[in-house]
Design a binder for this molecule. Structure first.
Ligand code: DG2
Length: 249
């Protein structure tokens, strides 16, 4: 049986993307623009004849809502859904809730980029009782330990085993799999799929609401390295905007 197709999709613009705040595991909603991006994503799936058989999302409403809106547009709102915390955004530690431009100004570009894009330097841990901590959130009650911060390496370590066990089984069964997740959890997945080095992954940014298609061989290696955005022009502009976050208030 041939391998299925993998579609990666970052959620549409969230309220905290719009206000330029570090979000991580904070469960913020989509903006109107984010909702429109999700609708457009659904149209793109139809235009490219890429109708998902199964959806994997995080436990965060910006990914859940984006996927549901896109699938509704594509008339695939009825497919099975698997939600798992391992697809959550990287936990941004004590930075959660802070404005990115203020943080850049306060700590300087080197420290800011180390926290944002280095592979293995996590931001400072959040206090268990802080306003934006998830330590007492019932949706994570089954976790041995709720993260207090994460670097990208931590995300790779929690997410890739989940991908190779759970998600890969559906791909090997020939399904078209939609993964609706986040900027950094998708960076972790793309790093794995494309074999990107710990250094080079710093330069990769994922735009909101633009499906990224991967065709995989039987070892689940991409036949189209880097994947193919369904709207490449919007993806390039969107990725550049993500890279520049923090530079503007
Ligand atoms: C953003 C990513 O995550 O931010 O947590 O602030 O994809 O859930 O909006 P998302 C956040 P950067 O790492 O790009 O600053």
């Amino acid at each position: 049986m041939s391998n299925g197709t993998l579609i990666l999709m970052r959620h549409g613009e969230s309220e905290w993307n719009a206000s330029n705040q570090f979000t991580g595991w904070v469960d913020v909603a989509l903006t109107e623009k984010g909702t429109a991006e999700a609708v457009r994503a659904g149209e793109l799936l139809v235009e490219h004849d890429l109708l998902p058989d199964v959806l994997y999302t995080s436990l965060l409403r910006r990914a859940i809502a984006t996927a549901q809106i896109a699938l509704d547009k594509a008339d695939r709102h009825w497919i099975p859904v698997v939600r798992d915390w391992r697809l959550n955004e990287r936990h941004y530690g004590a930075l959660q809730g802070l404005n990115k431009a203020d943080t850049l100004e306060k700590y300087g570009n080197e420290q800011f980029m180390l926290w944002r894009r280095s592979y293995d330097t996590p931001p400072p841990a959040i206090d268990v009782d802080a306003e934006y901590s998830q330590s007492n959130d019932p949706r994570y009650a089954d976790l041995d330990e709720v993260p207090l911060t994460e670097c990208l390496k931590d995300v790779v370590e929690r997410l890739i085993p989940y991908f190779t066990e759970a998600i890969a089984a559906d791909l090997k069964a020939g399904k078209t799999v939609l993964v609706a997740a986040h900027g950094n959890s998708l960076r972790a997945l793309v790093k794995y799929l494309d074999g990107i080095s710990d250094e080079d992954i710093a330069g990769l940014n994922i735009p909101t609401g633009n499906p990224l298609r991967y065709d995989l061989d039987d070892q689940l290696k991409p036949l189209n390295p880097g994947g193919t955005y369904l709207d490449p022009e919007a993806a390039a502009a969107g990725a550049a905007a993500v890279a520049a976050q923090g530079q503007q208030k």
